[in-house]
Structure formats: structure tokens, C-alpha cells
Design a protein around this ligand. Structure first.
Ligand SMILES: Cc1ncc(COP(=O)(O)O)c(C=O)c1O
Length: 354
């Protein structure tokens, strides 16, 4: 572990015994502690772990007004020896810094984040559910704290990491709507960043889709609404005629860490992978020809979530039953085993906190 000097102040009133780990609402239960730091006078300081608690804020905090606020989402699991296993944490911290750069915010040394997170999960290890799909969801975020409502980059920031015990995100396959009016991301914009505002902008389109009976959206390109981008907070993959086809991550498609892991594992296992633009028309043609074998989303919260069907312009297209989707189920099982340190491949993705 690294050398970050962290002040540790543990709670003397743990809430652990109040939690029913078999029935947790995703994102509504918070572990006992959090890690925090401040950026002032050009440097990060005041590294501390303290009881999870409310923060005070000045109404003029510029993150509240102009959205200099970015976040990450990652997970920790327990391995068979009871160690905490972090999955690719440095990739999340690198992405956090890319988000900070795009939003003109202070970046932070990934090693500081890793040191703080490692201490935090050691202290709150008992919060990792021992249920089948249990994990500790980790939420690092940075926001601007200048007390100034001029539109300008903040000179001060706060970084926080807190954690939530979680089980499965979706209980069943999801039905999605191809969005052909609203856009999530445009070239030159902030789609590749985990900027808080991206998620605010997605809420209305998602609400409208829900009113039409869909669980989520498939975002399409902002120029023509012709090409598939991603779905909710998941990258999207299809299996067409035996090949995994997925659009390339980039300016408008978030570079998902699960996406990268799934494609790497798919290559390892000898499945055919094509990263290329994928039009909605091609997917519909494939579905009509009986060649659309699978469609699934990948993401930290959901791991791999199957898509039961999709709708476009009021027409719904069905996909085969999940029981027939052998490739994605194979990939999901491999990934889950790697994340729990039960598999010999890709040990380089794991940080084991003893
Ligand atoms: C817009 C968006 N796409 C895709 C993903 C999946 O990324 P990851 O696999 O790194 O969780 C996320 C979640 O982080 C997301 O917010």
C-alpha cells in the first residue's frame, strides 16, 4: 500500500446490525465510514476517514449551480479467504481524472484514492453482503466548493468516497426503447466523462420511456439517431450470427471498464468480437432474419444484464429467451469469478486488500 497519511476517526455507533443484507434497496444503504479530502491552494490535503455523515455546504457552492461534479462507480467483493477484492480500481481513478480534466476540475493522484479506498474497505469489510450477488458498491466523487456564483473553474474541491452494500441491480432482463429524439452525448461534448449533469439530462427521456412501458433507453448518435451508442448506464453489446458486435467506446460512448473486461474475456475464450458502428437498422434486419441472438448491457452496477426486447417507433422486437443465451452467460460467469478471485485469469485486474 502507499504512503498517504490518513487521519482515521471510527464510529462508535455502527449501524451494521440494522441492515437486512438479503433485502437492500440499491444505493439507499450506506456503510459506516467515508473517505474525504479537500483541494485547496493547488493541492489535495486533509485525508481522513470518518463516520458517514451529512456534509455542510454553502448555498453558493459552484458545483450546485454549474455542475462541476464528477463521479465513479466500482465494486468490491470478498474472496474465499475473506479478503476484499477491488476490481480494476486504478482504471476507475484514471477515468475519474479524465472526467475532471474535461470539466476543468482538479485531478487527484490515483494512488491517494487507492490508499484511501483500501483503508475504507478494510474498516467497513463487514458491510460486504455475503449473499450470492452481494458486493460493496463504491462511489468516489469530486465536486467544486468555491463559494462564488461566477461561471469560472472552482479553485477548491472536495473528494469523497462512500460505499453501499448491494445485491443485484435488475432482477430480470430489461426491455429497452431506441431513443430517436433526445441525445445523451454529442461529439465535442462530455459523454466520455462521468459528469453529474449527463445523468440529470437522461432522466426525462428515461421517464418518458418508462411511461411507454420500457425499463431503459438505447441512446443513438446525436446527429442522425441512426447508430446505437449505449443503454442507460450500460454499454451495449449484441450477438449477431455468432459474433459479438458492439460500438466502439470514445467521445460519445463511455469507456466502460466492464465493457473492456467482457471484450477481453471474449477474445480470451475465442469468441469473435467486432467493435464497429452498429446501426439500428442492422439490428432490426438481424432480428427479422433470426440472426439477433443476444443483446445485453455491461456495467459495474449491472455486470451483464440481458435485454428481453427493444422498441423503435412503437414497434417491439423480441429477443430469444435468456436460457438460450449461452455466450453472454458464459462471459458473465467468467467475469463474476474473476471479480471474486475464483479464477486464474486476469489477476492483474485485482487489488486484494488484506
Ligand atoms: C453512461 C455509462 N455507460 C456505461 C457505463 C458502464 O461503465 P463501467 O463498466 O465502467 O461501470 C456507465 C457506468 O459507469 C455509465 O454511466
Amino acid at each position: 500500500m502507499g504512503n498517504t497519511k490518513i487521519q482515521i476517526n471510527k464510529t462508535n455507533a455502527s449501524r451494521l446490525s440494522e441492515v437486512d443484507f438479503a433485502n437492500i434497496n440499491f444505493g439507499k444503504v450506506f456503510s459506516d465510514h467515508m473517505f474525504m479530502a479537500d483541494f485547496e491552494n493547488g493541492e489535495w490535503k486533509n485525508f481522513e476517514i470518518l463516520p458517514f455523515q451529512n456534509l455542510e455546504f454553502n448555498p453558493a457552492f459552484n458545483s450546485l449551480h454549474y455542475g462541476q461534479s464528477v463521479f465513479e462507480g466500482m465494486k468490491a467483493h470478498l474472496d474465499a479467504d475473506g479478503n476484499v477484492v477491488l476490481f480494476r480500481p486504478l482504471d476507475n481513478f484514471a477515468r475519474l481524472n479524465r472526467s475532471c480534466e474535461r470539466l476543468c476540475m482538479a485531478t487527484i493522484d490515483p494512488q491517494i484514492m487507492l490508499d484511501g479506498l483500501s483503508e475504507l474497505v478494510k474498516i467497513d469489510k463487514e458491510w460486504i453482503p455475503k449473499t450470492e450477488d452481494g458486493a460493496l458498491y463504491i462511489r468516489p466523487f469530486i465536486f467544486a466548493t468555491d463559494e462564488f456564483i461566477g461561471v469560472a473553474p472552482s479553485e477548491t474541491y472536495k473528494m469523497v468516497i462512500f460505499t453501499c452494500p448491494v445485491n443485484k441491480y435488475y432482477d430480470a432482463a430489461v426491455k429497452v426503447k431506441v431513443e430517436d429524439h433526445y441525445s445523451r452525448a454529442a461529439k465535442g461534448g462530455v459523454g466520455f466523462a462521468k459528469a453529474a449533469g449527463n445523468y440529470a439530462a437522461s432522466l426525462l427521456p428515461a421517464k418518458k420511456a418508462a411511461e411507454e412501458g420500457y425499463d431503459q433507453l438505447i441512446w443513438t448518435d446525436a446527429t442522425e439517431h441512426k447508430y446505437i451508442e449505449e443503454s442507460g448506464t450500460m454499454n451495449l453489446m449484441t450477438i449477431i450470427d455468432g459474433k459479438i458486435v458492439t460500438p466502439p467506446a470514445g467521445e460519445t460512448i463511455l469507456g466502460g471498464i466492464t465493457r473492456d473486461a467482457v471484450l477481453t474475456i471474449a477474445n480470451d475464450l475465442g469468441y469473435k468480437v467486432e467493435e464497429r458502428p452498429l446501426s439500428v437498422d442492422e439490428v432490426i434486419e438481424a432480428q427479422k432474419a433470426g440472426k439477433l441472438e443476444d443483446m445485453f448491457g455491461t456495467g459495474t452496477a449491472v455486470t451483464i444484464t440481458h435485454i428481453s426486447g427493444f422498441g423503435r417507433n412503437g414497434i417491439d422486437y423480441e429477443l430469444p429467451p435468456v436460457s438460450e443465451r449461452k455466450i453472454s452467460t458464459h462471459l458473465k460467469n467468467e467475469l463474476e469469478a474473476i471479480k471474486r478471485n475464483q479464477n486464474h485469469s486476469h489477476k492483474e485486474w485485482l487489488v486484494i486488500v488484506k
